[in-house]
Design a protein around this ligand. Structure first.
Ligand code: ADE
Length: 221
């Protein structure tokens, strides 16, 4: 899978060299491109934003710089993801869907967002475009939101996680179900014991207990 990020802060994506994603890059399971939007600015001040038509506070990112950044990388295989608090809420189902894509482009807006004609134009040209939010709160920009999405999506790509069994019992695999509590050594820590059923060796009872715990968790807020 190819992942491209367009941003005015390329440094935000340095951590993608670490951990599982870093290893997946080494194995060529994931290819990452980070693009500095300012390189596409057209005036001497490297301006990427301007005041909003209709008035109001803040600045809006100009469509021309976005067009110049997107045109060379977008193809019919691409899914253009515009990060915005007004987008569709990101969840595990969306992560699964996006993990099957060949190419994701994350458009990381700052300020009051990106001129809406960028979305209109690429949609109108027949490209896949979606506006995505990671939750009902406002971030300073889309970079951290894009990183959250990549953490959730990349681990679903075959080969990224060493032991694929790790993916089977996870929270959110089944809508609304959260993972059961887990324990390791020692058996007693600060007076707290591991539930005895987990030491019983009875696989059926262990599975029932875990199922029961998972459904209990899904009922709490
Ligand atoms: N940009 C600002 N806030 C955001 C959010 N909640 N999700 C995605 N992108 C954003």
């Amino acid at each position: 899978m190819k992942l491209d990020f367009i941003t005015i802060f390329p440094e935000f994506f340095e951590p993608l060299r670490l951990s599982l994603i870093g290893k997946a890059r080494d194995k060529s399971l994931i290819e990452i491109g980070v693009h500095d939007l300012r390189e596409h600015a057209t005036n001497v001040h490297k301006q990427v934003d301007d005041t909003p038509y209709g008035g109001g506070a803040g600045m809006v990112m100009m469509p021309e710089v976005w067009g110049k950044a997107l045109d060379p990388i977008i193809t019919k295989d691409s899914e253009l993801i515009i990060l915005t608090p007004a987008g569709k809420r990101f969840d595990q189902r969306m992560a699964e869907e996006l993990s099957n894509s060949k190419h994701l482009i994350f458009a990381c807006g700052r300020y009051e967002g990106i001129d809406d004609r960028v979305r209109q134009y690429y949609k109108g040209e027949g490209f896949r475009v979606r506006e995505v939010s990671i939750g009902d709160y406002v971030l300073n920009g889309g970079e951290v939101a894009a990183m959250v999405m990549v953490e959730a999506i990349a681990r679903l790509i075959p080969g990224v996680i060493g032991n694929p069994d790790s993916l089977t019992d996870e929270s959110h695999n089944v809508e609304g179900f959260l993972e059961y509590p887990t324990f390791t050594k020692p058996q007693i820590w600060r007076g707290l014991a591991v539930p005895s059923v987990l030491l019983s060796g009875n696989h059926k009872e262990i599975a029932d207990w875990r199922n029961n715990q998972a459904s209990k968790l899904s009922q709490c807020e």
